[in-house]
Design a protein around this ligand. Structure first.
Ligand code: SAM
Ligand code: SF4
Length: 480
């Protein structure tokens, strides 16, 4: 049966039609689903009345009694989910959840319950998660709780810092990152670094005065596109406003092995950077060539060993599952190669087909794993990391447009990355610097206020004073 047209009664829940479309799409990713009027023929119709609602799918119509009004949106999605499971024979592991932060729901349920043991029951019954995903979400949330609830010693609110370096050697096939390749780097990086350091010089002292600092994360893009000198100047600029040893954790996301040199690693070591990422994505050479990572598998291993030799102990490695032309045998090969290196953390992403990526533009040209294959691959990765590499899942998030709607999980064999947990749980204010950086300030009510920097590098350089002013207002108005 084709499922392309949805009719739904107008409701005060403005997002409900869109949420139903997203849910249907998880079952039938091959169709683009559109809303239709009552008169048109629809494939699914949802009619909401005062004390009941109806779902018509194919020839079968089911009626449901409406319960508490403010829970109606969830009830409709659960009923729709069950009808789609019947119709398709497929059970999506994350149930009706569409948000990117499943652990937030666990914390929400926890706050309204005294019995911890009933959380998986609620996730399974009320949100239709599979038992595996319900337990995973609970395990990650319980792990995070211990780290996120630690109060700051000074009684000042905690804040972390993000610094963005929006350059890469080349743009990878799947990435939607704005294309600031090496050419753009050559044209603009000096001006960019000047603007970035100006933003840091003006705002960091204000952050430092009001907040206890938690994590520093230098990400991108690829920060090690910068020269060793530029990296050193950046770290010194931060150190001028906040002594680097004030941070509980510092990460520099080196990322691409083709940008990492011994000189740069030594700079990082000299300034006390404890954690870096060296990201393979895959340990299969044909895949690296296909996705446009212009380096060899050996380069990944060599830079990893070099970082260890220089004395950087915490090394995370990012992997993407579901990359074009990859099957379970490729993934097995990748994980066995990781096991030989034994990084302290592994972050496993499921491929997302992002708008404005080269992959999206030319998707038909690539062969992607189907749903069953992806389920095997994900199961294999969880088993391998937990049981064979003795790691624990410590943070979890989901993205739109993932192949078959799965998840991204960070695993660690020891310490978790504070910054990753903070950004997912929105537990701490994060002041972000650089083009495209998004500051999230957590106010006393726990709400998040955002201050966005412009994405485009040239515009960021031109309008740096305005970017600074937008943040400064927050401090001068003494909002907190
Ligand atoms: C913002 S990127 C920066 C990392 C660094 N530039 C690198 O490529 O090594 C962080 C991670 O997101 C993941 N990622 C990026 N695009 C993705 C996509 N379309 N689907 C799944 N994961 C993706 C990759 O694993 C990547 O290492
Ligand atoms: S995956 Fe990393 S290196 Fe590749 S384009 Fe995206 S940010 Fe740049």
């Amino acid at each position: 049966m084709q499922i392309k047209k949805l009719y739904i009664t107008k409701t005060k829940f403005n997002n409900l039609p869109q949420e139903c479309i997203v849910l249907i799409h998880v079952f039938y990713p091959e169709y683009s689903i559109e809303l239709t009027s009552k008169e048109d023929r629809s494939d699914i119709s949802i009619e909401i009345n005062d004390d009941s609602f109806y779902i018509q799918l194919g020839k079968k119509c089911s009626s449901y009694r409406r319960q508490i009004d403010n829970d109606l949106r969830r009830q409709i999605k659960v009923a729709l989910f069950e009808r789609l499971v019947d119709q398709s024979g497929y059970y999506p592991p994350w149930g009706i959840l569409q948000g990117i932060r499943p652990t937030k729901l666990v914390f929400k349920i926890k706050n309204t319950l005294s019995e911890k043991s009933s959380i998986p029951h609620i996730l399974i019954n009320d949100y239709k998660l599979s038992p595996k995903m319900a337990n995973l979400a609970l395990e990650v949330a319980s792990y995070e709780e211990e780290f996120l609830q630690a109060p700051s010693a000074s009684n000042r609110p905690l804040a972390s810092i993000y610094v963005g370096i929006p350059y890469c050697p080349t743009r990878c096939l799947y990435c939607s990152f704005p294309s600031n390749g090496i050419e753009k780097y050559q044209q603009t990086h000096q001006e960019y670094m000047k603007a970035l350091i100006k933003e840091l010089d003006h705002i960091l002292p204000l952050v430092h005065k009001k907040h206890a600092l938690s994590a520093l994360y230098v990400g991108g893009g690829t920060p090690t596109t910068l020269s060793a000198n530029e990296l050193e100047n950046l770290l010194l600029a931060i150190h001028r406003s906040v002594p680097l040893d004030n941070f509980q954790e510092i990460t520099v996301e080196a990322g691409r092995p083709d940008t990492i040199t011994e000189e740069k690693l030594k700079v990082l070591k000299k300034y006390g950077i404890q954690r870096i990422s060296i990201n393979p994505q895959s340990m299969n050479q044909e895949t690296l060539d296909l996705i446009g990572r212009k380096h060899s598998v050996d380069a990944i291993k060599d830079t990893f060993n070099l970082a260890r030799k220089v004395g950087i102990q915490r090394i995370n490695m990012d992997i993407i599952l579901g990359l074009p032309n990859e099957h379970i045998s490729h993934v097995e090969h990748t994980f066995k190669a990781l096991e030989e290196l034994m990084p302290s953390e592994v972050t496993v992403h499921t491929l997302a087909i992002k708008n404005s990526s080269r992959l999206k533009e030319n998707q038909e040209a690539y062969s992607l794993a189907n749903r069953d294959e992806m389920e095997n691959i994900l199961e294999y990765s969880r088993e391998f990391l937990i049981h064979r590499m003795d790691m624990k899942p410590y943070y979890l998030y989901r993205q739109k447009n993932m192949v078959a709607s799965y998840e991204n999980i960070g695993y660690t064999s020891g310490q978790p990355c504070l910054y990753n947990m903070q950004i997912i749980e929105e537990a701490t204010s994060i002041f972000a610097f650089g083009a495209g950086a998004s500051t999230k300030i957590r106010n006393q009510k726990g709400q998040i206020e955002r201050v966005e920097n412009v994405k485009n590098v040239d515009i960021y350089i031109d309008r740096i004073d305005e970017m600074i002013e937008r943040k400064r207002i927050y401090f001068t108005e003494n909002k907190e």
